[in-house]
Design a protein around this ligand. Structure first.
Ligand code: FES
Ligand code: FES
Length: 259
């Protein structure tokens, strides 16, 4: 019977490890950088001025970014592994991300390549200026929602969002304001809920489950009610829920006001 290429590669890796000659992946240097009120993270690290350099950036909000220089282009990815939260490492020879804890691998665009991680990494736009200073946009919109005003008020004309017309209809996307990933759900003819889609366990993105009665995290199975309350662990904390008001066809979500 033919032996698959993947099996051969895995066996070679296991043999190398058993012989004590597995390639050692150096962890990225860890630095701290807060996000500003507009969600920008400014990083001044010499590693990012050279091809292949990387740093692990711990933000003040519990998130980690892995930032790397790939032939002059800066890539910024979710830096906490979606398997069990270890800090990820950039592997410059392969232009890939590896988890030092249990070996998950990801491509430079965040796509998961090898388990045990089962979900892709989030990615963030980043720029580098002539002095080598890097700015990462931590709350990039993805076009699902309009841009909120400076105070975090998000206004939707429901005529443009037919997905929210039926009960159990929902929108899931990234908004240019904290929390970034946002779920907006029609829970009854008269009520629409808006909750953070960032799982409070290890930051994976939650989504409605098949029956529409609860939210589910694909990483480790946490479940939440449509109001953001935790129903099943490992998450211990509720999702942030934001104030909404519905007037005719206009929905207003106040992202600065948590319920
Ligand atoms: S924590 Fe990354 S593979 Fe387990
Ligand atoms: S990230 Fe672990 S259950 Fe959501």
């Amino acid at each position: 019977m033919a032996v698959g290429r993947r099996v051969l590669i895995r066996n070679a890796a296991l043999l190398a490890a058993a012989q004590g000659c597995a390639r050692r992946i150096d962890p990225a240097r860890v630095i701290s950088a807060p996000e500003d009120s507009a969600g920008h993270v400014t990083i001044d690290a010499p590693e990012l001025r050279a091809n292949g350099g990387s740093v692990s950036v711990h933000l003040g909000n519990g998130f980690v970014l892995l930032v790397a220089n790939v032939e002059g282009t800066i890539v910024a990815l979710q830096g906490g592994c979606p398997h069990a939260g270890c800090d990820l490492t950039w592997v410059p020879e392969d232009r890939e991300v590896e988890c030092p804890c249990h070996g998950s691998r990801f491509s430079s665009d965040g796509t998961v390549l090898n388990p045990p991680a089962a979900t892709d990494l989030g990615t963030y736009p980043a720029t580098i200026d002539a002095s080598g200073k890097v700015v990462v946009t931590f709350y990039p919109g993805d076009g699902t929602y309009p841009k909120p005003d400076d105070t975090g008020k998000l206004t939707l004309d429901l005529a443009s969002y037919p997905a929210l017309a039926p009960v159990n209809g929902y929108l899931l996307g990234r908004v240019e304001f904290p929390p970034g990933p946002l779920l907006v759900m029609r829970v009854s003819p008269a009520q629409i809920n808006a909750v953070s889609a960032v799982c409070t366990h290890l930051h994976c993105t939650v989504r409605p489950k098949g029956d529409g009665a609860r939210l589910h995290c694909p990483c480790h199975g946490s479940e939440f009610g449509l109001d953001g309350m935790v129903l099943n662990p490992p998450a211990l904390f509720n999702l942030d829920r934001f104030a909404t008001s519905l007037s005719g066809q206009t929905l207003t979500i106040d992202l600065s006001k948590k319920l």
